[in-house]
Ligand binder design. Structure first.
Ligand SMILES: [Zn+2]
Length: 82
């Protein structure tokens, strides 16, 4: 009796996807102006949103829309004292 191997076919399917289609983790830039305030300032290129957490914050970035950046930075600075 032959057994099918669904995991193997799944691997073959994912291997058919071009590596170029994968999101690049390091494909990010920094808002230099915002960085001078002490914010993380990582820009999420797909959305144009910016991280307004403290520069050396723990965990993942918290991206906000451009028009909310100034308010979000001010709020984080007031809350966290940086
Ligand atoms: Zn960040």
């Amino acid at each position: 009796m032959q057994r099918t191997a669904p995991t193997r076919s799944a691997m073959l399917t994912s291997a058919a996807v071009s590596p170029d289609d994968r999101p690049q983790v390091h494909n990010a830039s920094v808002d230099e102006q915002l960085a001078q305030t002490g914010a993380c300032s990582q820009v999420h290129l797909q959305t144009g949103r910016t991280c307004t957490l403290e520069h050396r914050h723990q965990g993942s970035c918290d991206f906000v829309a451009r028009q909310d950046v100034q308010n979000a930075v001010a709020a984080h600075r007031a809350a966290d004292g940086w």
